[in-house]
Design a protein around this ligand. Structure first.
Ligand SMILES: [Zn+2]
Length: 189
């Protein structure tokens, strides 16, 4: 896929996200984050819907995010939307403003690409140190995300699973609720 085409795809995703609001479950997760600064959200989604500047340091986006873009040479980071409008639309250029040569790419990680080691390390540490690991809306089938509940269990954390379908971890969880997430949210409230 050409880079311009890839940018266009990402921009479409971003536009869709801008026009949708976070779900009740996203708000619920933010509520948990607000309780203690030690609470960490490991996100598999790239939509950043959970993203609130307030909890920036408590969210680990292991598959990246469409909201930011970075230069492949010097790592200068940009707001995706701003870069798209000012560099791509106006100047038809994917080049970095800072180092001039490097190409700028959206910070999502495609299938088969290496994940950010920093994010993985942060997610691993959070899994090792938590008392409760709550898996929300995930099939726990995708690696490496599905390693984290394993790490948590090995370190004596309690596992709670909130997901519409059953997962292979259900037998090891303290609590499993197989229900639509919005429905679970209603019940919790
Ligand atoms: Zn650069």
């Amino acid at each position: 896929m050409s880079r311009i085409k890839s940018w266009r795809n990402n921009f479409e995703i971003l536009n869709k996200i801008r026009n949708s609001s976070p779900s009740k479950m996203h708000n619920f997760i933010n509520k948990i984050l607000s309780r203690r600064p030690e609470n960490i959200h490991i996100a598999q989604n790239i939509d950043g819907l959970h993203r609130s500047q307030k909890f920036k340091d408590q969210i680990v986006e292991i598959h990246g995010s469409v909201h930011t873009s970075s230069c492949l040479s010097c790592n200068q980071q940009y707001e995706t939307l701003k870069f798209y409008e000012e560099n791509i639309l106006k100047q038809q250029s994917l080049n970095c403003d800072s180092c001039k040569d490097g190409l700028v790419k959206v910070d999502t990680i495609s299938f088969g690409q290496a994940l950010s080691q920093i994010s993985l390390k942060k997610a691993q540490e959070a899994s090792e140190n938590c008392d409760f690991f709550i898996a929300v809306g995930t099939s726990l089938k995708v690696s490496p995300a599905n390693q984290f509940p394993n790490i948590a269990l090995q370190n004596n954390a309690k596992l709670i699973i909130l997901n519409k379908e059953e997962t292979s971890f259900d037998g090891r969880a303290l609590l499993v609720i197989n229900e639509d997430l919005e429905e679970i949210h209603e019940q919790i409230n």
